[in-house]
Design a protein. Structure first.
Length: 335
């Protein structure tokens, strides 16, 4: 990576840091950032909406330039084949932003089930599913710094939706966003459950927390998890290091640090298939329930399923009468 590339990236970071960002969705926040950079000559901003899996149908004119610039690529890939072709043609560099979730589709989040599995399995990719515009902004800025100022290899991927978030501004933890997890709703009771949510599914998680509190007297701590994959990778790397260095002090990870100090159940929700969240189970030292599209309904679990399964987890751990979990299923017409 050249000095000119790092300087261009720093210019982009400075320009985007001073932009005005009205409270907005991840999609429109990234579009605002793209518009701010589009005519700067310091970055490539590519708007490629082709749905063909053939490489020749994706915009590739920027690849003819010999000098690397920061790249923000806005696209609508719906399959792993499309995304693989796009990442290969961009030399697996840049920040790839996918708005397929906003398009009509028979698949959860507008993507075939193979796409999120490809993302989580690709070591060159750091995938994110931001819930809010501020999360998307923070992740794009982190990607510019990591890839083009620090010169680290790989590419960032963001799944974008057009729904505004209910997260309160004062709860935002930018370092936690980048690492993959941060709290957005506090813990105030010993009889509690911890709910994790990513992307648009976080809104249902927040509503489930309200149901648990108002209808069942259960306090829920809520965490936004922009990247389950990054959490799992870091936890796996720490586990591997501990195995190879049995006499050295044990390394922790962001996931364990966030969830330490409590044995209450953890319910993790994604709009993608459940397999995206399953890898976290090995690194959570308490009862863990992963929920995704297809776990209990075709789409991501709604607030009623999340609340009911949280009650079931508490009952399984002996913190709650099992009859309450049964009552919830009947009340919400889930049986």
């Amino acid at each position: 990576m050249s000095t000119s590339t790092a300087n261009a990236a720093q210019w982009c970071i400075d320009a985007l840091s001073t932009c005005a960002y009205p409270r907005n969705s991840p999609l429109y926040t990234v579009m605002t950032m793209a518009s701010a950079l589009e005519f700067s000559r310091q970055a490539w901003v590519i708007r490629g909406q082709s749905r063909s899996r053939r490489v020749g149908n994706w915009p590739t004119w920027f690849a003819r330039n010999t000098g690397e610039k920061p790249m923000l690529y806005l696209h609508s890939a719906t399959s792993s084949a499309q995304l693989c072709a796009l990442s290969d043609h961009t030399a697996q560099r840049g920040i790839l932003c996918n708005d397929s979730e906003t398009q009509p589709s028979p698949w959860p989040k507008g993507a075939q089930p193979s796409l999120p599995l490809w993302l989580s399995a690709n070591p060159h990719c750091t995938p994110y599913d931001p819930a809010s515009g501020e999360e998307a902004r923070t992740i794009v800025l982190a990607g510019l710094r990591t890839l083009y100022v620090d010169g680290k290899p790989g590419f960032y991927y963001l799944a974008l939706h057009d729904q505004e978030s209910a997260i309160a501004a004062q709860t935002l933890d930018r370092e936690g966003m980048i690492k993959g997890m941060y709290p957005v709703r506090g813990l105030a009771s010993a009889q509690a459950v911890r709910l994790l949510g990513a992307g648009r599914a976080l809104d249902e998680v927040l509503h489930a927390a309200q149901l648990l509190e108002h209808e069942w007297g259960i306090t829920a701590q809520v965490w936004s998890c922009p990247s389950y994959t990054r959490l799992a990778r870091e936890a796996q790397a720490a586990e591997r290091w501990n195995r190879l260095h049995p006499h050295a002090p044990r390394r922790s990870c962001h996931l364990r640090d966030c969830l330490a100090g409590s044995r209450t159940p953890v319910i993790a929700v994604t709009g993608y298939p459940q397999a995206v969240v399953d890898p976290l189970a090995a690194y959570v030292d308490t009862r863990f329930v992963a929920l995704g599209a297809g776990s209990v309904q075709a789409a991501a679990p709604n607030r009623y399923w999340i609340a009911s399964l949280a009650l079931k987890a508490l009952a399984d751990d002996g913190h709650l009468d099992t009859r309450k979990a049964e009552d919830a299923l009947r009340r919400y017409c889930l049986k």
